[in-house]
Structure formats: C-alpha cells, structure tokens
Design a protein around this ligand. Structure first.
Ligand SMILES: Nc1ncnc2c1ncn2[C@@H]1O[C@H](COP(=O)(O)OP(=O)(O)OP(=O)(O)O)[C@@H](O)[C@H]1O
Length: 611
C-alpha cells in the first residue's frame, strides 16, 4: 500500500510530543465529543487550568515556535516545487543555488524553532505534572488516614501517576498540540488551495471518509481505553500488596496464588491493550486506503492537467506534499480526541480525590494550643465512623491529669485506638467533647494539637531511610548528638553500634531489616526526641515476647516519665503501678457504653455535660 509521505523537507511536525504511556500512542481522527462528553472536558479544564498559572508562557512559546516551524515547512515545499519547475525540468543549474540556500536556511530555522518549541512544551508539561502531583498528594495528606486505608494503594498510585499524566496531556502539552495541529491543518490546506483550489476541493471531499472510518472505531476504542485504565490500577494494586506482604506470602506458600492473581489482572490489561492494538492496526490500513485513493486522484487529475498545460510538475509535486502533511495533521486531531477521552477518564479519578473533603478542618477562629500542660479529658464522647450507623464509642468520659498514666484496656474492637484517633483529631466526636488543658480540640488548630501529642502505633511505622532519618522524623532539625542521646535512652544505641553504617544504616522497606523490638525502640527514640507532653502508646508490647517486652519497657518508662500517658494495652502485666485503668467495652446494640473501672479507681467524670 502506498502511503503519502512528504518529500523530506524539514520534518518538524512528524514528531509530536509522545505520550509516556505506551498504550496510548495511537491515532484516530475522531471528534472529542464522540469519545468524551464535553462536560468532562469542561470539568477537566475548570479543575486543572488554574494549575497552569506561571506555565502559560511556556505553552504559548511552544505554540509559537511550532507554528513557525510549520510555516517553514510550507515555504520549503513551495521551494521544492520551484526547484522542480525551474531547475529539474529546465535543467538550469544556475537557478538552483539561491532556492537551495534559502531551503537550507529554512531547515535551520525550522530545526531551531522546532527544538525550542519542543523544549518549552516539555518544560511546561513537566512542571505542570510536578504542580499537579504535589497538589493531589498534599490534598490526600489532609484527609483522615482511613481515606487511603479504605482504598487499594496501587490504584491510588495509578491516579497519582498515570491519571495525572493523562490530564497533563490534555490541559498542558495537549493544548499546545491542539493549537499547532489546527494551525498545521490550516496552513497545509491553505497552501494546497493556493496551488490548485479545485484539486484541493476534490481531495478535501474525501475528509468525510476519514470521519466515517473514525466513527466506526471511536466507541470501541473508548471502551478499550477505559478497561485499560481500570486494569492498570488493579494490576498495580496486586503488585503493591504482593510485594509489601511478601513475608506473609512466602510463609503461607501463597506465591503461586499471588502470581495467578497478577496474571489474572495482567490478562485483563493484555486484552484491553490488544483491543487497542487491534483497532489501531486495522485503522491504519483503512486510513491508508483513503490516502491511496487521494493519491491516485491527485496523480490522475494532475497528469491530465499537466498534459493540458494547466499545471506544472513542480506544482503537482508540491500539492501532493501538502496533502501528505495535511492528512497526518488531520489524524493528529483525532489523536487529540483520544487524549481528551483518556484525560476525561483520568480526571474523573483524580477529581474524586480532590473532591473528598477532610472530615476535620480548623475552625476559622481556631487558636494554637501552645505548649500543653498535658491535661487530657474526654467528656461524654460518642462516636461512629462515617457511614457506619453503629457507634464505636458512647458516653466515654475520663480525665488524665498532667504527668498521669491512664491505662485503657478492653476487648478487641472496643474502640481503644479510636479514642486515640479522636485525641489526635483525625475525627471529631459526634457527641461530647475532647479537651486539652480544658480547651475543646475543635477550637484549636490541628497542627498545634498534634504537636503536643506523640503516638506510638501498634506497629511501629518506619520509612525506608536510615536509622537516623527515622529517629529524627518528628524533629528533622535535630542534631546527630540529640539523635544519639534519644537513641541511648531508648536502647537503640546498643544495636545501632553493631550495624555496618551505624546511624546511617538503612532500615529497609518499612523497617523490615530490623527486628520487631528494634523497630519498637526506634519508635520510642523518635518519640523521645519529639518531646511532646502527651503520649499515646497503642499496644507497645504488641508481638514482643516477655524478654523483649521487658527490654522495651525500660526505655518506655523513661519516655513516660513526666508525660501524660494514655497507655492502650491488653497486657496488664507491664502497667506501671498506681496507674488508673479504664476498661472499655464494645458498645452493645443500642446500649450505652459502660465504663468499668478496675485497679485504682478512676475518677468519676466530673466535667459538666455539654450543652
Ligand atoms: N476507619 C474505620 N472505619 C470504620 N470502622 C472502623 C475504622 N477503624 C476501626 N473501625 C471499627 O471500630 C471498632 C473499634 O476499632 P478500634 O481499632 O478502635 O478497636 P480497639 O479497641 O483498638 O481494638 P484492638 O484492641 O483490636 O486494637 C472496630 O469494630 C473496628 O472495626
């Protein structure tokens, strides 16, 4: 099959900025409306156009340079026709040098402008991606942790990478491409009309044929693209979960099952990609047939016209060259339509994150808590997780005076960790109040509340940096001496000394290169360094044997000294003497929570009931 290609003129517009996502480098001349509802495009622009602030000049430069390059291309083809008629046909070599030099100059200008355009667009696109990713990630950070806990991590990551790129390919570089492609279509069509308007009209009449072919492919392509996006998220999730839980997978001999799970999702992805490949594979030849029909018409009519003396050979060749550039540009418009469709799908998924409102925000008149004395009180607190009808806490009241240790115990699911989440203000109670130094948390800024509280989670959470980075996580400006002092008190120093790189030793993914007790002690060192007046220890002995628990208890006691401590534990053996104990019971259906008090009698809630 003959494919119309332009004579090698400048070759600038043949290489648009390609999608980094391989499955998406296809071209279909289809209208955006067919692929994505206009409302999605408007919504995408409304949401993300403001993020291009500061970058619009770069995109404008990209358009201007690309348009200049296209104009050079138009002029170069004109010269090509001129050389054919004035040099090749007449065999007049002396007429060759001037147009040849101008052509060379045009090629140089086109090369420079094309480079400058591509560079400006790429710079704008990359910066846009940076801004957008930062914005979505920053928003995710404002949401309660259970937003990401309820979702598949791999899918969230796909939204922060692939979907954001799809949006950029519409709102950033896509817009540049739209302008330059439309400009190219106008230039090449205009030039073709200039050479022979009647011949141009004849060949343009075949453009509807492109549209008919594209219509046949459009809806199928859209479905395949949507399926591909879904499969991509699912595959990422299986990969992320499989790798993060590798010890469990291997210990339970589930490697085969995990591989099959990945294979299953991968097959879905393969099918979606093969549908896209199949469609684009079939689409190419269909378009080529139309292009060949055009070429034959142009050559046939051109030969007739040359014989009749109404057209020169150079005119015919340059006309064919304009058409050869025009059709890919028309196809480029179709490619844009596909970008629109993908961006619409991607932007829906990103907007879903951005629309999620934090459950807890600072009140407009919220005050900073300052350095707290460490007095904590729950006042007839009732709470149900959003979307759940059954309350987890009901009528919970207790006080913890500065420096006091209050132990929370009770069966699993009674709401002990939930109590800690309310204290950190991840959620606000549905009834009652949580007080710090007598002030309702709702009247304080979240940052200042959290600065006064250090929590040690059931499973010590570590990042994959060094021991030092992890200890200093809560106070990054701490000096190495301060880190070492905290490490000594927490019993970290002894084992860090033995590590090959000391405090610079990597702890591995989530601290997996360390033992459970070592991770726990790093958590304690981190808490010590942070030096907050209120401490929440959520099952600090979780998963430790007696010997290890005793080892961890020593630094824990140092950490607790002088701090108000809410100690959540099932294991009352390690509870400090004299500590008050509050036993939580799961809220029975439609029954009020009862607070049984054991050990040293807890004070009855003396605080006034909320209005
Ligand atoms: N993010 C959440 N969304 C909905 N329900 C939740 C959420 N987190 C916890 N729950 C539910 O709230 C109840 C209390 O959970 P919580 O973790 O506070 O219990 P706990 O007393 O700390 O249990 P354990 O001793 O096992 O750690 C449980 O029934 C749990 O399923």
């Amino acid at each position: 099959m003959v494919r119309l290609r332009p004579p090698s003129v400048v070759g600038v517009l043949d290489k648009p900025r390609e999608s980094r996502r391989p499955g998406r480098r296809l071209s279909l001349p289809i209208s955006g409306r067919e692929l994505a509802p206009a409302i999605s495009i408007r919504r995408t622009f409304r949401e993300f156009w403001p993020d291009t602030r500061g970058l619009r000049r770069l995109f404008a430069a990209g358009v201007v340079f690309a348009v200049l390059a296209a104009l050079c291309e138009v002029a170069a083809i004109r010269l090509f026709g001129h050389i054919t008629d004035e040099v090749l046909t007449t065999r007049n070599l002396s007429a060759f040098w001037t147009p040849a030099l101008i052509w060379l100059g045009l090629a140089a200008i086109a090369g420079v402008t094309s480079f400058a355009g591509a560079y400006a667009t790429a710079l704008g696109a990359e910066r846009f991606l940076l801004t957008l990713r930062d914005r979505v990630f920053a928003h995710l950070q404002t949401l309660a942790p259970d937003f990401s806990e309820k979702r598949r991590l791999g899918d969230l990551m796909a939204r922060l990478t692939d979907d954001i790129e799809a949006i950029e390919e519409l709102v950033g570089s896509g817009l540049v491409k739209a302008f330059t492609t439309v400009a190219s279509v106008l230039f090449f069509a205009g030039a073709a009309f200039f050479v022979r308007w009647d011949l141009a009209l004849l060949t343009m009449a075949l453009i509807p044929a492109f549209l008919v072919v594209s219509k046949l492919f459009a809806s199928r392509f859209r479905t395949a693209a949507a399926r591909e996006r879904y499969s991509n998220g699912a595959m990422n999730s299986v990969l992320e979960e499989g790798l993060a839980n590798q010890p469990l997978v291997q210990a339970y001999n589930r490697q085969g099952a995990e591989s099959r799970r990945l294979h299953g999702e991968g097959r879905g992805w393969l099918r979606a990609n093969m549908t896209q490949a199949w469609l684009s594979g079939l689409y190419g030849p269909a378009v080529q047939v139309i292009e060949t029909v055009c070429l034959i018409i142009v050559l046939g009519v051109g030969a007739w016209e040359i014989a009749a003396g109404r057209l020169t050979l150079g005119g015919l060749l340059s006309f064919a060259a304009y058409l050869a550039l025009l059709y890919p540009a028309v196809q480029g418009l179709g490619e844009l339509a596909m970008t629109v469709s993908e961006a619409a799908a991607g932007s829906d998924r990103v907007i879903e994150i951005l629309r999620a409102r934090p459950l807890v925000t600072d009140a407009p008149d919220a005050a900073p808590a300052g350095r707290s004395r460490g007095s904590v009180a729950f006042e007839r607190v009732g709470f149900a997780y959003p979307g759940r009808s059954r309350p987890v806490l009901r009528d919970l009241s207790f006080t913890a005076e500065p420096g006091e240790v209050v132990v929370f115990t009770g069966p699993s699911g009674a709401g002990k960790s939930t109590m800690a989440k309310l204290l950190l203000r991840f959620y606000d109670p549905d009834a009652g109040r949580v007080l710090l130094d007598g002030a309702d948390l709702r009247g304080l800024t979240r940052e200042s509340v959290r600065a006064n509280i250090t929590i040690l989670h059931q499973e010590t959470l570590l990042f994959s940096g060094s021991v030092r980075d992890n200890i200093a996580y809560g106070r990054p400006e701490a000096s190495l001496d301060e880190v070492i002092r905290a490490a000594e008190v927490a019993g970290v120093h002894d084992f860090v000394k033995l590590l090959p790189q000391g405090y610079d030793s990597p702890v591995g993914q989530r601290g997996r290169l360390l033992s459970g007790g070592q991770r726990q002690r790093i958590g304690i060192a981190r808490a010590l360094l942070r030096d907050a007046p209120v401490l929440v220890l959520d099952e600090p002995m979780n998963g430790l044997d007696d010997a290890m628990a005793a080892q961890v208890m020593k630094p824990l006691r140092r950490l607790m000294a002088g701090r108000t401590t809410l100690l959540i534990t099932h294991d009352l053996r390690h509870v400090p003497e004299g500590a008050r104990t509050v036993e939580l019971e799961p809220v029975p259906r439609e029954e009020r929570i009862r607070l049984k008090r054991v050990g040293v009698q807890a004070r009855a809630p003396r605080l006034p009931a909320p209005p």
